[in-house]
Design a protein around this ligand. Structure first.
Ligand code: A3P
Length: 311
């Protein structure tokens, strides 16, 4: 019976079917909202239950980005909560055609087993900057709660560069200096992809075509680095989770230079690939970068009705 119900719901939710509708205040609830409210069919959003009652379920929340914003730290910190079950790997369902064409049944299969009271969360940072993703997520669940972690856009560019630099170094491949990417003909090279990913207002606009702002919680990634607990408390509230994560779950590790996690007496820091030193950039070039983001940042602040302490 459960399998039949799951089949019926997945048919309704098939990505290739049913065009989605942008958010219109006061619009009719979507079919899935109706299903959610109806009660028992909500159970059908879960896969077949294992002997211990746990099952896979579609995520009720997704960390949509931004790449290098602190998405792994956010996921790990949120996972301290007993009512959260997190997918371990980045799923890339909504942004990779090969995965998306496999349908929601496949997506469900990527989720962790969880108890009925637990929230399932997945994170794929590329979602935020992928144009097709907002509509696809909306089609799956217009009532989903989205988490977006952002940091200073210039710092994010340096972090983005550093990540790709290390990927090349690991493969013993040469990689140009950051200046070679940032400067072209003596000017800032606005075609450098990493710059585009930091144009938060442009990407946010795409999301706001499908989701109201109240469904997207923005985590301040710079604050999460400096003092994670208050940021995580806000996330708990947004997800309507009981406050279970405590200040004592975090401690500053001087060697790493970042906060690490303490859970049931077990201490752990994020992987060494998180929290790398960034390249030194000529201060004049850095000012150009800050200047470049000045207007886009202003637009972003207006869009979300909130300011951030960015250059
Ligand atoms: P850097 O390595 O450039 O400093 P993502 O997980 O989205 O790839 O983001 C990686 C960034 O998370 C890191 O970028 C780091 O600054 C940030 N971060 C936030 N909190 C952290 C923590 N507690 N430990 C390590 N990195 C953290």
């Amino acid at each position: 019976m459960a399998a039949l119900l799951l089949g019926a719901v997945l048919l309704v939710l098939q990505p290739s079917l049913a065009p989605s509708h942008p958010v219109v205040p006061g619009a009719e609830p979507s079919q899935q909202e109706v299903l959610r409210k109806a009660g028992p069919p909500q159970e059908a959003l879960r896969g077949a239950a294992a002997a211990n009652g746990s099952a896979q379920q579609l995520p009720q929340t997704i960390i949509i980005g931004v790449r290098k914003g602190g998405t792994r730290a956010l996921l790990e910190m949120l996972s301290l909560h007993p009512d959260v079950a997190a997918a371990e790997n980045e799923v890339h369902f909504f942004d990779w055609e090969e995965h998306y064409s496999r349908g929601l049944g496949w997506y469900l299969g990527q989720m962790p087993f969880s108890a009925p009271h637990q929230l399932t969360v997945e994170k794929t940072p590329a979602y935020f900057t992928s144009p097709k993703v907002p509509e696809r997520v909306h089609r799956m669940d217009p009532a989903i709660r989205l988490l977006l972690i952002l940091r200073d856009p210039s710092e994010r560019v340096l972090s983005d560069y550093t990540q790709v630099l290390y990927n090349h170094m690991q493969k013993h491949k040469p990689y140009p200096s950051i200046e070679e990417f940032l400067v072209r003909d003596g000017r800032l090279n606005v075609d450098y992809k990493a710059l585009n990913r930091s144009l938060y207002h442009a990407h946010m606009q795409n999301w706001l075509r499908f989701f109201p702002l109240r469904r997207i919680h923005i985590v301040d990634g710079d604050r999460l680095i400096r003092d994670p607990f208050p940021e995580i408390q806000k996330v708990e509230r947004f997800l309507r989770l009981a406050p279970q994560i405590n200040a004592s779950n975090f401690y500053f590790n001087k060697t790493k230079g970042f906060y690490c996690l303490r859970d049931s007496g077990r201490d752990r820091c994020l992987h060494e690939s998180k929290g790398r030193a960034h390249p030194q950039v000529d201060p004049k070039l850095l000012s150009k970068l800050h200047e470049y983001f000045h207007e886009p940042n202003k637009k972003f602040f207006e869009l979300v009705g909130r300011t951030f302490d960015w250059h």
